[in-house]
Design a protein around this ligand. Structure first.
Ligand code: HEC
Ligand code: HEC
Ligand code: HEC
Ligand code: HEC
Ligand code: HEC
Ligand code: HEC
Length: 376
């Protein structure tokens, strides 16, 4: 689970131990590793014991037996392991799975206003059950949106990814792939990412399951997101305890995706929202901007030079990743999609990380003001 060797310095070699401790203090926290525990916590061989099904699914907030076996002999589906009927569990007590859907208001994770908890790093799907605009609609149709805003043309002129709540049908207009598997490329072509070990803090290959199992189907599983994974998924983030995201400056003349924007999380988002990466001008990639830039460095002068202590509420992406750092370096660190948005859902309009639409001006400005420090 955790990388072994932490604190195992030879007691007789004080100098060496001191050096090692100094190194460990600087080294990032242990990377997330594979699932662990008895196989039977998560798998069932025949989905039958005493002729009763072993598999289960949620029906509302109750667990009910499920006679249909799951792929990979799993005991439940993605939502089964990654949900909680209450608002306080952030990790499933049996499997250890991080909770991304709380059926009651989550009482864990970062807050922007000191009271409303957002959930783990990606936010919490609870919020989209409260308001359609608060998240990706994986449970039901989005009443406002018929497609992914900012989608670039592709799919032979047809729209890619019209929704995330319906099953994939292929050809023509593309539904789905639905829900979790629309984004996390786990399991239908046995990827085994839940069992993949992460020997290094930096997760940057398919063998390691990419960052949070975020791959890209257009390039097979050969391209995905690189990053450093906080070991409790930002359950209690601080300036020194958080995920690390990769950014790539690149040019802003084409839609995103991994080919154009590298192994970055912005590349991942722009796989479906590609036009939000394009700067429609011949002077693409500099001020004046026609769309808020993503993966553009914070200038090292002016108001931006005051953002120097990393705030996990408004993360930045780095040009290269070696460890977790509590420092922001204007001039090289970048604004990106997740500087402003949560990936799953948040308590705010358009999955923003703070209440941009608040009628209290200080609250509305809070997120923008972390970077635009002199606009408050
Ligand atoms: C039987 C329980 C179970 C099922 C079913 C399950 N997961 Fe998980 N998942 C886990 C556990 C446990 C972890 C945490 C592993 C660890 O400690 O690093 C996890 C971790 C994850 C992570 C985070 C990986 C990381 O780097 O921290 C993602 C993303 C994820 N699962 C997605 C899915 C998706 C998508 C599905 C459906 C295809 C799914 N899971 C089905 C148990 C499950
Ligand atoms: C629109 C794309 C998208 C969909 C749909 C989606 N995820 Fe995620 N998920 C992400 C991204 C991006 C991250 C990484 C967020 C970060 O690190 O800030 C993530 C993170 C996670 C994590 C790690 C915990 C965390 O909050 O960082 C788990 C577990 C997970 N997702 C499971 C799921 C499950 C289960 C589903 C379906 C119920 C799902 N995801 C649907 C994009 C998605
Ligand atoms: C905490 C939950 C959990 C536990 C414990 C667990 N698994 Fe899994 N396993 C999963 C999930 C989730 C998947 C499917 C998703 C994926 O492949 O990433 C999976 C997939 C698999 C697969 C299919 C993919 C592959 O690698 O070929 C095998 C085989 C497997 N598990 C065997 C085992 C065995 C054997 C044990 C006990 C030693 C075990 N698992 C324990 C969650 C678990
Ligand atoms: C697999 C395709 C896909 C990916 C990848 C994806 N999205 Fe989306 N996104 C959609 C679709 C489809 C919609 C419209 C329906 C809905 O809200 O789910 C949407 C809607 C949104 C909305 C508006 C939500 C609303 O209900 O008004 C925001 C904001 C958003 N996405 C941001 C992101 C960010 C940030 C990322 C990267 C972490 C991302 N998306 C990755 C497909 C995707
Ligand atoms: C993570 C840091 C960050 C956050 C948060 C952020 N911005 Fe920016 N913003 C930038 C960077 C970097 C630029 C590009 C500056 C440059 O290249 O001159 C920029 C440019 C802009 C510009 C265009 C200025 C021009 O030169 O054309 C506007 C307007 C703007 N931001 C408004 C906002 C608003 C409103 C918010 C809150 C919703 C916000 N920004 C949040 C980093 C950020
Ligand atoms: C500086 C903050 C900021 C950054 C960076 C940012 N967004 Fe947004 N985004 C917003 C705000 C604020 C809105 C709400 C609409 C508005 O005010 O323009 C929004 C709206 C959206 C929407 C919904 C549009 C609609 O029609 O409903 C999507 C989708 C979206 N963003 C995706 C992305 C993606 C993908 C990226 C990275 C390429 C990104 N955003 C980067 C602040 C940001």
């Amino acid at each position: 689970m955790r990388r072994s060797g932490r604190g195992s310095a030879p007691a007789s070699r004080w100098a060496a131990a001191g050096l090692l401790l100094a190194f460990l203090a600087l080294a990032p926290g242990p990377a997330r590793a594979a699932v662990s525990g008895p196989c039977s916590n998560c798998h069932t061989m025949h989905n039958s014991q005493n002729a009763e099904p072993m598999a289960w699914v949620y029906s509302g907030s109750s667990k009910v037996a499920d006679a249909t076996p799951n792929a990979n002999l799993l005991i439940t589906d993605c939502i089964g392991c990654h949900s909680s009927a209450d608002g306080s569990s952030w990790k499933d007590s049996v499997s250890g799975a991080p909770v991304v859907f709380s059926m009651a208001e989550p009482s864990f994770g970062a807050t922007a206003d000191g009271s409303t908890h957002q959930g783990l790093a990606a936010g919490n799907f609870y919020w989209v059950t409260q308001d359609d605009t608060f998240g990706h609609n994986i449970f039901s149709d989005d009443v406002n949106l018929d497609t992914a805003p900012g989608k670039s043309t592709g799919c032979s002129g047809n729209a890619c990814h019209e929704n995330l709540d319906q099953a994939y049908v292929g050809g023509g207009t593309l539904n789905g792939k639905s829900a979790c598997l629309g984004c996390h490329m786990v399991s239908d072509s046995v990827t085994s990412w839940h069992h993949a070990k992460d020997p290094d803090p930096l997760v940057n290959s398919s063998t390691q399951g990419w960052y949070r199992f975020l791959g890209g189907h257009m390039s097979g599983e050969g391209l995905g997101v690189s990053g450093i994974e906080d070991d409790d998924w930002e359950h209690e983030p601080s300036s020194s305890v958080h995920n690390e995201y990769l950014g790539q400056e690149g040019d802003k003349t084409g839609a995103g995706g991994f080919a154009a924007a590298g192994n970055t999380v912005s590349a991942f988002c722009t796989g479906c929202h590609g036009n939000f990466h394009i700067q429609d001008t011949t002077t693409a990639g500099s001020s004046p901007w026609l769309r808020h830039p993503s993966d553009a460095p914070l200038p090292s002068s002016g108001e931006f030079s005051d953002y120097v202590t990393y705030d996990p509420l408004i993360p930045v992406a780095r040009p290269a990743l070696s460890g977790v750092s509590s420092t922001v370096t204007p001039g090289s660190d970048m604004v990106m999609c997740l500087s402003c948005h949560r990936a799953h859902a948040s308590p705010y309009y358009k999955m923003l990380r703070w209440d941009y639409r608040s009628t209290t001006l200080a609250t509305a400005l809070a997120g923008c003001g972390i970077c635009h420090t002199r606009k408050q």
